[in-house]
Design a protein around this ligand. Structure first.
Ligand SMILES: C[S@@+](CC[C@H](N)C(=O)[O-])C[C@H]1O[C@@H](n2cnc3c(N)ncnc32)[C@H](O)[C@@H]1O
Length: 240
């Protein structure tokens, strides 16, 4: 896959890439998903089991969209932390939070998913949206999320997946390989970033394998839910 960096270079490549597309990220996301990303995030937070008054962590929070969904579930008495290593994505998140009614309950932290700057058993739930595909080692990131969630808490990932329906899946990958990079060139001024999106989605472990990685990372009751015909999947597990 031509656009993929080596494992050693992945962090700096990914960070530079998100820094460069931060200003257009939300628009591109809405266009690529035909606006379905909002309902997928809501479903992810429902699966996290976050309750009013709870304390949630959103890893790889980017522009803060999933973080805000968590904050809505946690309500006025809750607290949520969004963590990302891209300063430009966090700057957009800060801007997005300005008019959000629960903004005072959200803290944005610059940090690395591979070594979360939080103690063991800290959060009631941990979510990660389109983040695991971007880290250099998925198992390390899953172990980190399992470490910081409290016993009984859920770890939930929303990410690209491998659709299984014949014909649909061929059209999907063709659209993804040809149309999305062209959209990226026009609207985000960065075709390379959207070539990476296709190549990283192709390489990312399919949902069945991610479930096994969650289990090996120390989580129980691991399972996945396909959304939009398996174009994306929500993978979850509980810390016992
Ligand atoms: C595709 S965006 C997803 C943003 C957001 N979760 C959403 O729902 O739209 C991926 C984000 O992961 C962040 N990221 C990638 N690798 C990371 C790492 N090792 N540590 C922290 N953030 C990381 C990137 O900076 C980027 O903001």
């Amino acid at each position: 896959m031509g656009s993929l960096p080596s494992r050693d270079n992945k962090e700096s490549f990914v960070r530079d890439m998100f820094n460069s597309i931060a200003g257009r990220y939300d628009l591109m996301n809405t266009m690529m998903t035909l606006g379905m990303d909002r309902s997928w995030r809501r479903f992810t937070v429902r699966r996290s089991g976050l309750k009013p008054g709870g304390y949630g962590l959103d890893v790889c929070c980017g522009t803060g969209m999933l973080t805000m969904e968590q904050a809505k579930a946690a309500g006025p008495e809750g607290r949520v932390v969004g963590l990302d290593f891209s300063e430009n994505m966090l700057a957009v998140a800060k801007e997005n939070l300005k008019d959000f009614h629960l903004k005072d309950n959200i803290s944005l932290v610059q940090g690395n998913a591979m070594a979360l700057p939080f103690g063991d058993n800290t959060f009631d739930c941990v979510t990660v949206g389109w983040g695991l595909r971007n880290v250099p080692d998925v198992m390390t990131a899953v172990r980190e999320m399992a470490r910081v969630v409290k016993p009984g808490g859920m770890v939930v990932s929303l990410d690209m997946a491998q659709p299984g329906i014949p014909v649909f899946k061929q059209f999907y990958w063709l659209f993804f390989r040809r149309v999305i990079p062209a959209m990226g060139r026009v609207w985000a001024g960065n075709k390379g970033a959207y070539n990476y999106l296709h190549d990283s989605a192709r390489e990312f472990p399919p949902q069945e394998e991610l479930v096994r990685i969650f289990a090996m990372g120390g989580l129980s009751g691991t399972c996945y839910h396909n959304l939009a015909g398996g174009v994306v999947a929500v993978v979850e597990g509980q810390k016992i």
